[in-house]
Design a protein. Structure first.
Length: 198
């Protein structure tokens, strides 16, 4: 198996790993043809090459910063959750998606984890176990990303509970849990609400 050592000396898998059916996570891909996938999502802020460098694949750009020592900004939360939704839509359509970042550990794992919940209904523990089994113990080691994954799943489940009860929140309603706030701006679906991680 092809490994490299990260900054801490831990062994990290270099090649793409399937973390769920049709969903792969890897470090930054070299330009070229990837015949085993239909779409490639580039999640590294510092690595956003043009899509035409990956012929035959739909290229999605979701530049995210891997900054574990500061809270996530609202725009970063929005960008990560949108990227997860984009991947989830492709998985539900039967497409094979490769999600990448610089090392294939945090940003790509966050986006893949969010997609795994949205497309396959997996919970946080199962997602973390699958990703860490595939990518190694340092996958999703950014505490802000693990928290966002857990909070996004918790908030999404809360919004679906509201919808199942057929109670439509009025404009300006806030749903809150122990670690999140979900502000309903113009409620049409769970995606129309704004998530704030506390």
């Amino acid at each position: 198996m092809d490994y490299y050592r990260d900054a801490s000396g831990a062994r990290v898998r270099r090649e793409a790993c399937e973390v769920a059916p049709g969903l792969f996570v890897a470090s930054k891909p070299a330009p070229g043809r990837y015949p085993d996938v239909d779409a490639i999502l580039l999640a590294a802020l510092e690595y956003q090459p043009a899509g035409d460098l990956f012929p035959g694949a739909e290229v999605l750009h979701a530049p995210l910063d891997d900054a574990p020592h500061r809270p996530l900004r609202e725009d970063e939360i929005v960008d990560a959750t949108r990227a997860g939704s984009r991947v989830a839509r492709r998985l539900r359509a039967g497409r094979r998606v490769l999600v990448t970042c610089a090392m294939g550990l945090n940003r790509s794992a966050l986006v893949a984890g969010l997609a795994m919940h949205q497309a396959l209904g997996m919970g946080a523990e199962e997602i973390l176990a699958r990703i860490r089994r595939a990518r190694g113990p340092w996958a999703l080691s950014n505490p802000n990303f693990e928290k966002l994954l857990r909070v996004a799943i918790e908030a999404r489940r809360a919004t679906w509970r509201v919808l199942r009860e057929e109670t439509v929140p009025s404009r300006g309603t806030t749903l809150a849990g122990p670690s999140y706030r979900l502000d309903v701006a113009a409620w049409t679906s769970p995606q129309s609400a704004r998530l704030t991680v506390s």
